[in-house]
Design a protein around this ligand. Structure first.
Ligand code: T4K
Length: 384
């Protein structure tokens, strides 16, 4: 069979390590509902992130984690002086479906802010002009392992009395000046999906500033049940099961090695593609320790002589499946037709039409990186 290289490949522990981790479940028969593996992973993650154990809780996936934190913070429930609900959330359309859908599914209105062309995160200088008397929160996205301008965003939020929730799906294990991405804003949501730097098969977590939220989030993710005979909220079911937690316990043991291997892959890409005319690489962020979650390139057709789609197709012909994360913008999805104007976020629109994320995972061979770069370089050189 022809060799295929996909955009990513799930990290997995040795099978024996996982079997050992789940073995006792055949004695306990405890499979879910915040059991011992769930508790252990929560505690291991808190240690890894350097946060208190009462400032993290686990979820079945990142998306429902995001919905639950919106509910637990009661966004959209407050009235302004005119008696209107404060239901607007400032966010970006350069993201996965989940971010925008979570806002809309919780009855709130996304107000789209543009992004920066160098690191693809929200342009904090453009936030304030979008704030109205209906704004309740800012929900920025740490894209590809790049961090948003967390200091400036917090300053704006404090000035206007807004909540800040980070979509940190791409930013597990990322730090700024030694401070974990878990510590910024009122809350940060992580995705532990199979495609992420750290995975629990499917899974997610929310880390938060106010430890009171732990009880509330645990209730929201368990049908809103607050006691043996009391149910105070209309919650859903978003609990992580014990098999997923066991996978997380194993994967966490190897995470630092995995990130080091990813760094090696990123450096190999940078060596070959750095300086290639028309190919923009991810910006290096001062003081940020990356997790090398993705390897995006942005193709400027005029300078490169070929388009993003030319490179995408040339790679696909060699069995290399790069992906267009994030194209199209969420604001242009069919399900939101007529609701938003993508021209109001011109940089996000431009980047989404030019971005390609190249294969990136810990075990990607450096010879494979060479072959991928050969295709990109050939595309650029042959077309100029
Ligand atoms: N916010 C942001 C910014 C996000 O990026 C995401 C998720 C979320 C929120 C929501 O978090 P979760 O609720 O998912 O925890 C994938 C993932 O499904 C999704 O989690 C992720 N973002 C998104 C960026 O990528 P697809 O549709 O591209 O996945 P798929 O199935 O095409 O897989 C991509 C590649 O990954 C495959 O070509 C091979 C590899 N793969 C995939 C799976 C499923 C594996 O190696 N193993 C696997 O089990 O969405």
């Amino acid at each position: 069979m022809e060799k295929r290289i996909l955009v990513t490949r799930s990290s997995m522990p040795e099978i024996d390590e996982y079997v050992e981790e789940i073995r006792e479940m055949w004695d306990t028969h405890w499979l879910t509902n915040m059991g011992p593996k769930h508790k252990q992973l929560e505690s291991d993650l808190a240690d890894y992130l350097g946060i208190d154990k009462d400032k993290i809780t686990l979820f079945v996936n990142g998306h429902l984690a995001l919905e639950c934190i919106i509910e637990a913070l009661e966004l959209g429930k407050e009235l302004n002086a005119e008696g209107e609900y404060k239901d607007e959330v400032i966010t970006t359309p350069f993201t996965f479906a989940s971010t925008t859908h979570a806002i809309v599914r919780k009855g709130l209105k996304p107000v789209f802010c543009d992004i920066k062309a160098d690191d693809f995160t929200i342009d904090a200088d453009k936030i304030e002009k979008l704030i109205t008397d209906r704004t309740c929160a800012i929900l920025p996205v740490h894209v590809y392992g790049n961090l948003c301008d967390v200091d400036k965003i917090q300053e704006i939020a404090d000035k206007h009395g807004l909540r800040v929730i980070y979509d940190a799906a791409h930013a597990f294990a990322v730090e700024k000046n030694g401070v974990s991405s878990a510590c910024f804003g009122d809350a940060a949501m992580y995705s532990f999906h199979a495609t992420k730097v750290f995975n629990t098969i499917e899974g997610g977590a929310v880390c938060f500033k106010d430890s009171v939220l732990k009880i509330r989030l645990n209730q929201w993710k368990n049908f809103g049940i607050t006691g043996l005979e009391t149910t105070e909220f209309i919650g859903g079911n978003a609990k992580m099961n014990e098999f997923a937690a066991a996978m997380g316990i194993c994967n966490l043991r190897h995470l630092d090695d995995e990130i080091a291997k990813r760094e090696r892959v990123a450096k190999a890409y940078m060596e070959r593609l750095g300086g290639l005319k028309g190919i923009q690489l991810n910006a290096f962020q001062e003081g940020v320790k990356s997790n090398y979650a993705y390897f995006p390139i942005v193709v400027d057709e005029t300078a490169a002589g070929c388009t993003r789609d030319d490179i995408y197709t040339a790679l696909a012909e060699q069995g290399i499946r790069a992906r267009k994360y994030f194209y199209p913008l969420t604001s242009t999805y069919q399900c939101y037709a007529g609701k938003f104007d993508a021209d109001k976020t011109p940089i996000a629109l431009k980047i989404s039409e030019r971005v390609l994320t190249l294969p990136m995972y810990a075990d990607l061979g450096l010879d494979d990186v060479e072959s991928i770069c050969d295709v990109v370089v050939k595309c650029v050189k042959e077309n100029r």
